[in-house]
Design a protein around this ligand. Sequence first.
Ligand code: NAP
Length: 291
Amino acid sequence: MPDRIAFIGLGIMGRPMALNLRRAGYDLAVYARRPESMEPLAAAGAMTWRSPAQAAAQAEVIFTMVADTPDVEQVILGPGGVLEGAAPGAVVVDMSTISAAATRVIAGRLEGQGVAMLDAPVSGGESGAIAGTLSIMVGGAVPVFDRVRPLLEVLGRNIVHVGTNGAGQVCKSCNQIVVGATIAGVAEAILLARAAGVDPARVREALLGGFAASRILEVHGQRMIDGNFAPGFKARLHQKDMRIVGEAAAQLGLGLPTAASIAQYLDALVDQGLGELDSAAIYKVLESMNH
Ligand code: NAP
């Protein structure tokens, strides 16, 4: 079982995930663009490094958890990136949400140097990252998945091998369509209740006992009722995910009208300067459309 790990990207998600691996007793090397992001990890006994290449050189398994496709390309393939440091036989596990097509290209580049890759994006948010209860959607070769699985079990509960490289990212796109569509549906339901003079809190309570129940209705429905849109999952990241969905749909020649409408809501939020709010703030866009 691998016990020397590197973790690159220590934001809202990456920091608690890396901390959980360290607390599980693994030998951990970390890299973050801003040195202050590494302080809590250093305090927990992790080694800090000045480049992804240096952190990767110490490790059998290298996790990346950065923002978008170009960021993963930079930390893995760019100057001072993982590819420069990783030893043959190492495994890169990218847990960021990025393009499936780009993932396959990155996996091919790594494979050329004897380094395997898994795409392993997650669902479950900051709270799931802290609690180690993320849902993890994995693409890559089965023997590589089997090797890394004990580490993924530190980070999550529902760990599903979906298929070959890129399949994990496709699965995450599917997740984001369902999440976005449900947020929009819950927003419309709460707006209708309010406009009709019916208490939306009572409506939420009633719906939670029936077929319309969901985590989105429970958590985001409450956010909409309270008007509290502190993140959570930032609208600009959900916008990025719906851009990835749109690109994949275009490549496949698919029309996905619901996904397109979620993307428009998120574009509107970000254009209004509200991209740092939780994506449940789709409610605010719907509300302003109806004034
Ligand atoms: P975040 O808080 O913005 O953290 C991203 C981290 O990556 C930041 O610390 C950032 O460094 C670093 N980074 C970005 N680009 C980089 C680059 N080119 N080189 C080096 N470091 C770079 O975002 P997050 O919420 O942790 O999300 C991380 C990934 O998980 C995203 O793909 C997101 O879509 C996905 N995700 C998030 C959630 C959620 O609820 N937050 C849930 C599921 C999946 P700086 O601090 O220097 O900017």
